[in-house]
Structure formats: C-alpha cells, structure tokens
Design a binder for this molecule. Structure first.
Ligand code: G6P
Length: 613
C-alpha cells in the first residue's frame, strides 16, 4: 500500500530512489514520483503508471542531487492520475511530501485550511497534510521537524511520511503511525523506506521507527529520533539478515514463479531447527512460553485477511483434529467491527505475511483490549503485527514479492501445523505413534512439494486449454476445502477470471446451476476419508457436462476415467495434504495469467501489503 523511499548523503539520489521504488513497487503501482532538491529548487517528477513510466518521463532531465524522496502509489483518495500522484507540494512551494496511509480527518483539516486561504490541486489527503505542516511552520515560526511534530497532533489516521524543504538541502524529516517506515543508517548517509529492500546493498544497519516517532535525517550528523510528545529516543540499530538474492528474480520470469518454486526450501526453512522427529521434539520458544495459557484456552481465534485467512482455515481443521480445542477463523475486517465476544480465556492467532495489514492490526488491538493473548504468525521480521503480539512464530519463508501470496501460504500452514503438533503432544491428544509419524511426514513434506512442482508442464498444457474460460469452480472437502478457496483466489487475483471455491458437497445448493460444458471445475480429489464422497461430486459435475480438472494422488486410476485432466501429486496424510495440493493450483493460475497477458507480479488494483482499511 504505497511505497516510500528517501536518500540523503554523498551519492546521487535519483538512481537510488528509482531502484528503491522498483523494489517497493509490490506495495502499489498506479502512479509514481520523485522530488529532489537541486540548486535551491525542488525538482519534481510524477506520473500515473509504473516506475518505468516515471523514468520515461524523467528521461533526459535527470536531476543532479544528493537528497530526494520517492513514492509508488496505491490510490486511496482520488483516482490514479498525474495530479494525485505523490510527491505533493505545499502552497508556497517550499515543502514537498510523500505519504503512505490515510488521514481520516482530512476533510475537516481541508476546510479549516481553505478558510485560511489555502488551495488544493489534487483530491488527496496528503496535500492537506503538507499544507497543514506549512501552516503550522509559518504561523508558529518553527523549524520543519517541530512543525511536523506539532501538525501531527492534529492528525487522525495512519501515515508514514517524508518531507523535504526547499531551503534546507541538508535534512529529511520523516514520521510514522500505523504505516511502516525504516531508516537505513550508512556511513555519512541515510536511507528511508517502507521496508529495507531499497537499501540492502548500501547498509545492513536499520532503525525501524515505532508508531508516533519522528526521524530527523541530517546530512553528516547522527540520526535523531523523537516522539511526537517531544521525547528524545535512542535509536536501536538492527542488523539486517536479508540477502540481496532473496529480493531478486534469480532468472525466473516472474517473482511469483520464483516463489512457487522456492517452496521446498521455504518450507524447509520454516521447519528447520524446530522439528526434531528423532527426539520427538518440537522447539518453539514462543509456544513454550504460552503453552499453559494455550492449553487452558476455551478456544482459539484465528484472525487474518486474504490468503492468510485461508491458512487460518486449514489450521482450523488441523487444530481441532490434533488438539480438540474449538477454533474460530475470522476475517480481521469483520471481527474488528462486530463487537465480538472475546475474553482473557481466548488465544488469538494473528496470521499475516507482511505483518502490516491494517485490519489485522486493528483486530489485534481489539482482542488485546478484551484481555486475549495474541500470538503472531508473520513472515516479515520486526513487522508491526509481530511487535504488537504477546508472542509469536515467524514463518521464515523469505521475502515474498509477487502480490499473489504463494510460499507464505505454505509456510503459514507449516508453522501452524508445528504449533498444533507441539500443543497436542503436551495435551496428549494424539497417540505417540501418530504424533511421531506426523512429525516424520512433515519433515518429508518439502520433498513432496518438490515432486508436486513437477506438474508444472502439465498445468501449463491445461492452462492453454482453459485460458479463455470466463468462470471456474474449485471444489474440495475437509482439509482441502480451504485449498479450493485459495486456488480460486489465486486465479481471480492474477488472471481476472471469475472463480469460486466451494465445499464440494455444498455445490448442489447453488453453484451446480452454473455448470455446463463451458465450465471448468477444479476438484481436489486426493486419497483420504472423503475420497468416495468427492468421487460422487465429480459424477454430479460430469452429469451436467462440466469439464473436470482433478488433483489426484499419484497412481490414481479411479478419477482418471471420469476427469478431463488429472494432475498427480504425491500421497500425504490428509491433514498435511493442503501443503502439497495447493502447488498445482498455484501453477495453473500462474500459467493462465501469463497466457492471458496479465501482469502476474502486479495484478491490477491489488497491493501486497494493505496498510489501509
Ligand atoms: C493482500 C495481498 C494478499 C494477502 C492479504 C493479507 O490482499 O494481496 O496476498 O493475502 O493482503 O496480507 P497479509 O500480509 O496480512 O498476509
């Protein structure tokens, strides 16, 4: 949800900003812009479209400057166009801002500023904010950092902002509340970004700003951080562990494909050091610390959005099966607004790849206020949700850049399976032999995922046949019902084909009416207790001339006779099967999207990290 970047130091700012914006483009990509200070003037370039459109626009005018800010946008206020693109300047032309977030009281602020004579070019809340800062700065006659601090007291909403001042080429002022912001501390230079990826090749030292903090980046001086209450903070410098290859495509055509193929490794990384079957041991310090609380919980509530919500649904089946504790799975956006019944006896699992999703964060705050214990399952280390949780477990899937989530999903399911197994062992709800068998099977799941990836060529062939379909139905039962939902979501997100995921038996209560010879129906029909039932569901589709693409267990002969296509995956116990069965569905969506000429890594209207509600 909007990416922001900044640089101040000895180097040329423009190439750093552009490269940084390209790395942050997963956050939003409907318009882009940069502002730099050059010879006492603000050079500003912005355009609707992607970062590549911006570089085309700048072409030939490249500003020579060692200080600048840049922005890639996911529109909230006002349509994506050149005027609404960031950066935005104040009325006097002295200040320029980039912003990620939403100023909720912008309308009231705008009215008050209009009465004072301010005018606005764009529809954005951001332009209101920069003029508010200008108003405070001129009326109070204070330096920029102080004006920002004072102005933010009047602001309701979420923001990560960075501001330049025309007459002061030696400072960038930044602030955060609710939207991520990290300062890279180099040798005589500072970087600023929504995540650390723009400055990985320059410095490993990063300061993650907390909500309500303001950073003052002065050329050649120490980083100054203060709160909006004006308390000085000693910045804590993290050493980044991420490597550069992890955020590059590594020879793949798209990040999504790279991330799909990374899954054997990402799952292995998720389990590494935690799952020790030989010792009948699962090592997870966060779970250990809260184990009693969890085992005494009346229920678990899983809160998430999008694909992470689907991981929560899979985990519901796993937790209830292994642990016999009731689980509820909630969309964070619904939970936070429906006065939920939550108490200190509940344990809330917040599941989020980015760790920044605004609705999930707000749901956590609500659950906390009612006394629940919060356990975070995040991929991004140090993210807001990770920090807002009482304890947690990282998924360790590595950076996920493709907007459609793939490896984060399988890592989330893997880590949740580990937690369920660990708690079940403590509670004694799984016979020892079953516990040990499941541990060994989980240890071997990466190899099975590797094998499932061999369906790539077949899914490409199937994609060629169905790429022009207008609708798809995805069916699954039990543990694989959420896999059907996730398969349908992947297809919708990146190929813009309408798709619905349904519990296979529920089909006859509605979706069956849609089935005709045009309708591809993807059925997860791997071996398991529901196999015979799913077979009957396939017959029901066939009787109405639907076209069946079935995910089946290796060596299956029964479904082959009924389905138009079968995709074989290795045999796995049903509780672990979602991790394997989801692989061909990811590949199918990917190939269909590529064949339809869609931008798989940056699908229209979507963003990777949704930091606004
Ligand atoms: C966006 C992304 C999805 C993701 C969802 C939740 O919609 O496009 O891929 O599943 O947000 O994000 P989170 O980071 O909380 O998992």
């Amino acid at each position: 949800m909007c990416g922001i970047v900044g640089y101040i130091g000895e180097k040329e700012a423009y190439p750093i900003l552009i490269k940084g914006l390209a790395r942050l483009e997963y956050r939003g990509y409907d318009s882009a812009g940069v502002a730099m200070l050059e010879d006492g003037e603000i050079s500003l370039f912005k355009t609707k479209g992607k970062v590549s459109d911006l570089t085309d626009k700048v072409n030939g005018h490249k500003p020579e400057s060692t200080i600048g800010i840049g922005h890639t946008r996911w529109a909230t206020h006002g349509p994506p166009n050149d005027v609404n693109a960031h950066p935005h300047t104040s009325n006097s032309g002295n200040l320029v801002i980039i912003h990620n977030g939403i100023i909720e009281n912008y309308d009231a602020l705008k009215k008050a500023l209009t009465e004072k004579g301010y005018t606005f070019q764009s529809d954005t809340d951001t332009e209101v904010l920069i003029n508010l800062i200008e108003e405070v700065k001129t009326s109070q006659n204070v330096p920029l950092a102080e004006a920002v601090r004072m102005a933010l007291h009047q602001v309701i909403g979420a923001y990560a902002i960075a501001i330049l001042e025309k007459d002061n080429p030696d400072v960038i002022v930044a602030a955060r509340k609710g939207s991520p912001l990290v300062v890279g501390v180099g040798d005589g230079e500072f970087f600023l970004a929504s995540d650390a990826s723009p400055f990985l090749e320059f410095t490993r030292n990063a300061v993650y700003l907390e909500d309500g903090e303001i950073a003052i980046l002065r050329r050649g001086e120490k980083l100054q951080v203060k709160t909006i209450e004006n308390d000085e903070i000693e910045p804590y410098i993290h050493e980044l562990q991420m490597n550069l290859e992890a955020i590059e495509k590594g020879g793949y055509e798209h990040f999504m494909l790279k991330e799909i193929f990374e899954q054997p490794k990402s799952i292995y990384d998720t389990l590494r050091g935690r799952l020790l079957p030989d010792q009948q041991l699962i090592v997870m310090s966060g779970v250990e610390e809260y184990a009693q609380k969890m085992l005494n919980a009346e229920r678990f509530i899983f809160i998430a959005c999008g694909t992470s919500w689907h991981a929560g649904l899979v985990a519901e089946y796993i937790f209830e099966e292994y642990l016999r504790i009731p689980v509820e799975v909630e969309y964070a956006s619904e939970f936070r607004y429906r006065n939920p019944v939550v108490s200190e006896k509940d344990v809330v699992f917040a599941i989020s790849q980015s760790g920044e999703t605004a609705d999930t964060l707000a749901a956590i705050e609500l659950a906390k206020s009612k006394g629940a214990t919060i356990f975070g399952i995040c991929n991004v280390v140090g993210s807001s949700i990770a920090r807002a949780s009482d304890a947690g477990a990282y998924t360790h899937a590595g950076p996920e850049i493709g907007v459609a989530s793939t490896k984060a999903f399988t890592a989330q399911v893997s880590v949740l399976t580990l937690i369920a197994l660990k708690l079940a062992q403590k509670k004694g709800t799984l016979p020892v032999k079953r516990f040990v068998d499941l541990c060994y099977e989980l240890e071997g799941i990466s190899a099975k995922v590797e094998k499932a990836l061999q369906t790539d060529a077949l899914t490409e062939k199937i994609a060629a046949e169905f790429k022009n379909s207008r609708n798809f139905l995805y069916l699954g039962r039990g543990f694989n019902f959420p896999v059907a939902l996730e398969g349908a979501l992947k297809l919708k997100e990146i190929s813009y084909i309408h798709a619905e995921g349904y519990p296979a038996a529920e089909m006859k209560h509605g979706p069956i009416a849609l089935i005709d010879e045009e309708m591809p129906v993807v059925v997860i029909a791997t071996k398991g207790p529901n196999f015979e039932k799913v077979k009957s569901n396939i017959q029901e589709v066939k009787a109405r001339k639907g076209r069946i693409i079935a995910i089946v267990t290796e060596g299956d002969t029964e479904i082959k006779d009924m389905a138009d296509y079968t995709i074989e995956v290795p045999e796995v116990s049903q509780s672990l099967s979602p991790i394997v069965n989801t692989i061909p569905l990811q590949l199918l969506s990917y190939h269909i999207a590529v064949m339809r000429g869609c931008n798989v890594d940056q699908p229209r209207n979507l963003a990777k990290s949704v930091t606004v509600e």
